[in-house]
Write a new protein. Structure first.
Length: 290
């Protein structure tokens, strides 16, 4: 009796697991459609001919496709130069963010309990400070340092990890690593920099991918910082360029949506490229715990 009941129980569990997996896939597809459908509509609407009255409903395939909207977009405003400025800022800021945030997170994870908790509370409190409260202070500081109207004024926040949230992500990652891993490396004569480069950073690959993508989005879409601290038009970044385009043609929606596509596509591409790095190779708990 027991032998015959066990296969039935096992088959029922397997059936529930398959049903749960199918339901999870359906839910994932539904959530993905909530984001993919608006993006697809923006791309299609950017290919609609200019000068036409707005459609009565959602037009999923305009005829004919106006690919010339993108050529006109770059003819009206030098978005290619502005995009290069944004890429230059990202090329400097994202690596600096990863380095400084991972250093701070590793240092916090190795500190004693009382000091570590104090820094953790400080990081959370800094995360709660509204960014508008920092505008005036940063302006006076950057002006005193002579950074106003230069590309460096956009990169300076990366020297402090760009955001306390990124430091906390690394802190939580390194807290899961057994302390003996770092202590054994130090006993073998490894310097703190070598411990970080050869042990800590490779173990935090998913966190590094996450921080890299978040920092890319942060600096790619940043509109307020260049607007406040830049004076030369040649230094403008892509978000400021799109604002100039919007002021130039307020009602030419296909052109404006083409600018939105140019702004959005790099974010989608970088997310898809980093997708595989979001998960550790050992999903059974390779980081361990304390």
């Amino acid at each position: 009796m027991t032998m015959t009941s066990e296969p039935r129980v096992t088959s029922r569990r397997a059936g529930r697991y398959r049903l749960g997996g199918f339901a999870q896939q359906v839910a994932s597809i539904a959530v993905a459609l909530l984001f993919v459908v608006p993006l697809a509509w923006v791309v299609v609407a950017s290919l609609r001919q200019t000068g036409l009255p707005p459609p009565r409903g959602i037009e999923w395939w305009p005829q004919p496709l106006a690919w010339g909207n993108y050529r006109r977009l770059f003819a009206l405003v030098p978005l290619d130069a502005y995009a290069l400025n944004s890429l230059l800022v990202i090329a400097l800021a994202v690596p600096l963010t990863i380095i400084t945030a991972s250093w701070a997170g590793l240092a916090m994870a190795q500190l004693s309990g009382r000091l570590r908790r104090g820094l953790l509370v400080l990081a959370v409190l800094l995360r709660l400070v509204p960014v508008t409260a920092l505008w005036l202070t940063r302006f006076f500081l950057f002006a005193h340092l002579g950074l106003i109207d230069s590309v460096w004024v956009l990169v300076v926040p990366a020297l402090m990890g760009s955001s306390p949230f990124y430091v906390l992500l690394y802190y939580w990652t390194y807290r899961r690593v057994p302390r003996a891993v770092f202590e054994s490396a130090r006993l073998d004569g490894a310097s703190p920099l070598r411990v970080w480069a050869t042990i800590a950073l490779p173990l935090a690959r998913p966190t590094t991918a996450t921080v890299g993508v978040l920092a890319f989005v942060l600096y790619w879409r940043d509109f307020i910082t260049p607007l406040l601290y830049l004076r030369s038009e040649r230094l403008y970044t892509l978000p400021v360029g799109l604002r100039l385009l919007q002021q130039l043609i307020r009602t030419d929606w296909p052109i404006l949506l083409a600018g939105c596509v140019v702004m959005t596509v790099p974010i989608v591409v970088i997310f898809l490229v980093a997708q595989r790095a979001f998960w550790p190779h050992d999903r059974s708990g390779g980081l361990g715990g304390r």
